[in-house]
Design a protein around this ligand. Structure first.
Ligand SMILES: Nc1ncnc2c1ncn2[C@@H]1O[C@H](COP(=O)(O)OP(=O)(O)O)[C@@H](O)[C@H]1O
Ligand SMILES: [Mg+2]
Length: 408
């Protein structure tokens, strides 16, 4: 990814319950790809000021050089593959030619968390809103055209770009529904089953297992399935809809995205013990659930934290989708993060190997594992209620059932 050397920009932050962002720091990428961040003196000395990133950029220091470039909460506020594809289309450039600074500076109102990035100190609030859910048919069509490389109407593309700044690789857009922003997850042309229904069924089952999930709605837009998830980094306050801080588990651990060998549930739990120790039990449940439903895409950017009034807590869960498997193939299941003594292996023995990181006794951890496994074995009920077809349901038999049937 090319970087623009020395092009300065400002990092703004929306104070809690405020509609206007205020400038917090000046930043620029250096020629070697590092990111310089320097807090303004006035901002730093105000008692009520919030850090841009409480872990990586606390206010007790004025200047930082992030030698690994854009990472931490700043990276979490920048789009991923999908959002980047839409921005590149909007500015009519090849995605590989767009710089990290360009992605940050692309005006958008719906990025994750409470940060914003502006070229000038005087730049006013971006005068854009995410599209209303009434436009979902146009948004779906535009997203499909992007994936297929077909002609796209510029006005429709602009509508999609206004809500396409969240992370992740699947097509999506933030829309206003019932006067509040929701993340709408679209089907992809590459899907082999109805993702929206499978995700909804699995998330509902996760909730039954004691996992907090955002409010969800399923929508059928002219025969196309869309899953709506209420944005958990937004909140209704007296002055309107305000923003909460957000960081991924990757940022909580100060880990660089490319350092995949460092991805670890244990490490995240260890960091959580400093900021939100009581949330570690739910985090343990999420790890256990991911193993029992065979969600192998459980990397640290699929776990998040909300920062409210300076306090860090586990965000509601998201992107829990089982990986389908064929009987006899891939019976050894490995996850995207280290689980315990036996590395990334998705086994009960591994889940129970290092329970102390989660503040749990072996006995309590066993109880949780047993209770989640029992609930997961009734997975078919949830798939049926969500309207997943019988043929599609069978694709997940080995994910939920085969390995665990005789364990209880
Ligand atoms: N309900 C939500 N509210 C706010 N942010 C969310 C919500 N759900 C997901 N996100 C953010 O959006 C990103 C993409 O969502 P995700 O479901 O992981 O999409 P994908 O399937 O493309 O990976 C996540 O990494 C997370 O930061
Ligand atoms: Mg994801």
């Amino acid at each position: 990814m090319p970087t623009t050397p020395e092009k300065p920009f400002y990092i703004f932050l929306y104070p809690q319950a405020k509609q206007q962002a205020i400038p917090a720091a000046l930043a620029h990428f250096t020629k070697d790809g590092s990111l310089y961040v320097g807090y303004g003196n006035k901002y730093r000395n105000k008692n009520e000021s919030l850090p841009i990133d409480p872990i990586l950029l606390p206010l007790n220091q004025k200047e930082y050089i992030l030698s690994e470039g854009c990472y931490g909460a700043i990276r979490d506020a920048s789009p991923d593959y999908w959002g980047r594809t839409v921005i590149a289309k909007m500015i009519n450039k090849d995605i590989n030619e767009v710089t990290e600074a360009d992605f940050l500076l692309y005006k958008n109102c719906e990025r994750s968390g409470n940060l914003d990035f502006r070229e000038n100190l005087q730049d006013c609030e971006p005068n854009i809103e995410p599209p209303l859910s009434e436009y979902l048919d146009i948004l779906l069509d535009t997203a499909k055209h992007i994936e297929k490389g077909l002609y796209i109407d510029q006005r429709h593309l602009m509508l999609l770009a206004q809500g396409s700044s969240l992370g992740g690789s699947r097509p999506k857009c933030t829309v206003i529904y019932e006067n509040f922003p929701w993340l709408a997850k679209f089907p992809s042309v590459r899907d082999k089953y109805c993702n929206a229904k499978v995700e909804m069924a699995t998330m509902t089952l996760a909730q039954q297992c004691g996992i907090t999930i955002p409010e969800m709605r399923f929508m059928d837009i002219n025969g196309i399935d869309v899953l709506l998830l209420k944005r958990f980094d937004r909140k209704i306050s007296e002055s309107g809809i305000s923003r909460l801080g957000y960081m991924s588990a990757l940022s909580l651990c100060k880990t660089n995205e490319h350092d995949v060998f460092a991805y670890s549930y244990e490490k995240i739990a260890e960091e959580m013990s400093k900021y939100c120790p009581e949330d570690r039990i739910e985090f343990f449940k999420r790890m256990v659930f991911n193993v029992f439903c065979r969600n192998t895409d459980d990397h640290p950017r699929n776990h998040g934290f909300i920062i409210e009034n300076g306090n860090i807590s586990l965000s509601p869960a998201f992107d829990i989708v089982p990986t389908p498997s064929v009987e006899g193939i891939n019976t050894y299941v490995t996850h995207a993060m280290n689980i315990g003594e036996f590395g990334r292996l998705g086994t009960i023995e591994n889940l129970l190997s290092h329970t102390f990181h989660f503040g749990l006794t072996k006995y309590k951890a066993k109880e949780i594992v047993r209770s989640i496994l029992e609930k997961c074995l009734s997975w078919r009920e949830y798939f049926e209620n969500a309207g997943v077809t019988e043929i599609e349901t069978e694709m997940f038999k080995n994910s939920f059932e085969t390995r665990w049937k005789n364990v209880l």
